[in-house]
Structures are given as C-alpha cells and as structure tokens.
Design a protein around this ligand. Sequence first.
Ligand SMILES: *Cc1c(COP(=O)(O)O)cnc(C)c1O
Length: 354
Amino acid sequence: MEIKIERTKNPKTRPSDESKLGFGNYYTDHMFIMNYDEGQGWHDPRIVPYAPVELDPAAMCLHYGQEVFEGLKAYRCEDGEVRLFRPDKNMARLNLSNDRLCIPPIDEEFAVEAIKTLVKVDEDWIPSAEGTSLYIRPFIFAIDAHIGVHPAKHLLFMIILSPVGAYYPEGLNPVKIYVETNYVRAVKGGMGFTKTGGNYAASLKAQDEAEKVGYTQVLWLDGVERKYVEEVGTMNVFFVLDGEVVTPALQGSILGGITRMSCIEILKSWGLNVSERRISIDELSKAYDEGRLLEAFGSGTAAVISPIGELRWGDKVMEINNGEIGELSQKLYDTLTGIQWGKIEGPEGWSVKI
Ligand SMILES: *Cc1c(COP(=O)(O)O)cnc(C)c1O
C-alpha cells in the first residue's frame, strides 16, 4: 500500500525551549490515518495535517472502549541519524492487543513503514537536547455509529507524534511506590496483557489516591489473592535480590514490556541469574528484612529505568538502597539509553535507522 502524503500549509510554531517540553504537551504538524471497513480491510493509508477527527456520538469506542494503543520513541542521535528502538516488537504487541479486543490485525511491517514515513515528514520536530525524544503513539479505535455491543466493522488506525522532554532532567531520581492492596488492575483471562485504554481507566483511582499520600505510582498485586507482585502503573518491575534478579512472570495479567524484554536479555548477557517467576509481597518483605533486597526498579519506554527508592506496603515502609539509585539500575539505564541514542552497538535489530 502506498502512503499518500498531504503536507500542512500552516506549520505550527515549534516549542523553542526543549528543557520545558514535558510529556505529551505538544503534537507535531502531521498524523497518519488509515481506515478499516469490513469487506475492504485496512485501506487508504495517508499522512495529513494534524487535526481533530470527527466522530459520530454513537461511535463505539466512546461507549465500550474497543481501543488499543502503543508507545515508542524516535531518538535523534549524535551521528545525525534518527533511530527507533525495536519497533517490530511494538507492532507485534499491537496485534496481540488487537486479537484480544476483536480488532482486525494490521500488517506489522507496513505499520513500521508508516511510523518511519511519518517521523520523516515531521523530522524537524525531533528535539535534540540530551535525553529528549519524539514519542510515537499508534492507536486503533472503533468508529461504528452503533450502540449495540459487538465487535466493530469500522475502525481507524492513527499515529500521532509528540516531542517529549528528558524524563530525568536532574539525573536518575528514585521514586516512591505504594503497594496497592485494595484496588486491582487486571486478572488472568482479562486484558492485562494488552495495551488498551480500559486498563488505564481501571487504574486511575488507585493512582490518584497514591499521589495524595505522596507516592508516584502504585505497585499492583495479583487480582485474585492480592499476594503476588504484578507491575507498576506504567512500568514492569524488577527486584535485585542477592544472587538473583527477579521480575514477575507474564501470565496474562501483566503487560509484556519491550523494555522489560530488553532488560532480561541484557542482564542475561552479563551472566546474571534472571528469573521470570511469581514473587509474593511477603517474600519481598522478608528479603528486605534480611537485607537481601538490594535494588528495585521499574522499566518502560517513557522512563527507561526508574529506580524505586521506597516501597510502602500497609504500615511497612521499605527504603531500598538508602533511597539511592543502585549500581545495576544505573548500568542498565546507561546501556539501554546508549543503544537507543546510537552510542553503543546493541544486538541485531534493536536500533532501527529511519
Ligand atoms: C506500556 C506499558 C509498560 C511498559 O512497556 P514498554 O514496552 O517497556 O514501554 C508496562 N506496563 C504497562 C501497564 C504498560 O502499559
């Protein structure tokens, strides 16, 4: 399929101060859009000026949440190249989400091409200050004007771009995490392994309450026993115990992060003992009491590695590594960002030039 490109006649003024970009505050001049209609499949891929989309008030996405999304970044590197990080994995995951939400699959290779083409069109928007990048948000939603509950026959696949600031302008800062024992995010058999808006809707309340008591994000426990650790709000989670790095196994309720996957591969390549297994909050708490919980960190596209300086579980406050960033967390962060910004040669296929 050929992507038609219609360039804007009214380019916006780009934000001039790259130190004040923040996250998700600005959008570029163009967007990608493609339609799905039953009988016709995905068709009419095009890049058009960024603008609101018109939706029928009965559009199914607004009522029943048939929606999926992805998140990745384009990095402006010192050698002048623009690179993506493992975009094929994002598009494979998009199809995993699609399948669970009865959304017709997209052609993964074509979708990567669409991302590359759009980023090229808006290349001038990619910031260049240290740590900044262009966040890429592909998403698909149901647009049938029909308030009956069934899978949509008409959908839109869109991609928008947002220049984003350095996540840690002052260096890696450990975060405080609240162990959530009341609300749950997902259960096995549900949609926890997909990137869909509904999972986030389910998480807002807990996030809001945790923020009110001074915590950055919540650590979710499993939805059945509230016993096993699952993941942090928008990140997967790792614990460095002595002799073992543990991350919860993916069993249907946890989002399989691409940063998580990459961390596991890198840690293994360093010869470390990495386990994907169930780990209970009691085991963690016991390891802490015995001085064996050395480091904890979250992993995700936005922050890459987010060291956890404090875990609060009920009345128990666990300060990890004196609230400072651990050696392994720092090394992983440096390695991953080094690969993303083209300073370090990563494994084959991880860094994709545009
Ligand atoms: C996107 C996401 C992650 C992290 O995935 P990455 O591919 O590493 O960015 C983790 N948990 C949830 C719930 C997510 O939505």
